[in-house]
Write a protein that binds this ligand. Sequence first.
Ligand code: MLT
Length: 327
Amino acid sequence: MKIFRLPMLVAVLCMAVVLPQTAAAQTYPNKTITLVVPFAAGGPTDMVGRVVAQSMGVALGQTVVVENRAGAGGTLASAYVARASADGYTLLLHHIGMSTAPGLYRKLAFDPLKDFEYIGQLADVPMTLIGRPDLPAKTPQDLIAYLKRENTKVNLSHAGLGAASQLCGMLLQQAVGAEVTTVPFQGTAPALTALIGGQVDVMCDQTAQTVPHIKAGKVKLYAVTTAQRLKALPDAPTLREVGLKDFEVVVWHGLYAPKGTPAPVLNRLNAAMRDALKDPALVKRLDEVGVRVVQESLQTPDGLRNHLREEVERWGALIRKAGTYAD
Ligand code: MLT
């Protein structure tokens, strides 16, 4: 029987862990990668996901397919990826909702701060406050008065508890001092279809989806949710300009892998993500709809991890104040 001394045993165990990881990194990726998007196809997260998947696929020399796993404000997809094989072939693109979910759900099937590896932040997407085409309110001030006057008679659509549209709608009600009826959908793609069709009255949605519809006159644009006006929609006032003090919602996005994904694979994915974000075609496509690629220092595992931690705290406090929960 072989007797290992402790240092030798530790060295053997380390090699047993490191060697398969190195081997995996050398051959990675050798099959299609799935990028899970937590909302319906055709919506803003899907749009960002597909643009990134296309450019990352080129950088990795492998196809990256988008899989939409909508439901429960993005939490079903997050739970799915948290439990997927940690081999780099199942990734998650998620947004600010990753940080609001722990505050909004008393029971969550995953822990955003423990169950993932962090690849990096990608892009920031502003939101717009829009209304159905025949809504009587003409200006943002008219809309605020309408919300206050009609309260629960107003239907506000969103993409479920944990979606950016739900967060923005919740903050809007708080800021205006109104309580509207909220109507959840599986994503803002179906929510916007309902708005265009006049089945709901108002919604907050990301420019990645709304800009073409606003330009085509299919919805009424009232304001943008950023602190400054947007180049893509220069005539739209900010909600701050129309009297909602300190109002700001920007939908930041991150790329995640299941906990335990080998470091060499994560490094490869981070390099491919950073290459993709330099792709002039991607930058142009996103810029046209007001989406801004984040600065390079945030395109890192620490950039995403630290921002997520801060955001979980920030939104947790605000959500407790608003008293919005799901059991
Ligand atoms: C979507 O893609 O449907 C949206 O990002 C949902 C949301 O967060 O509002």
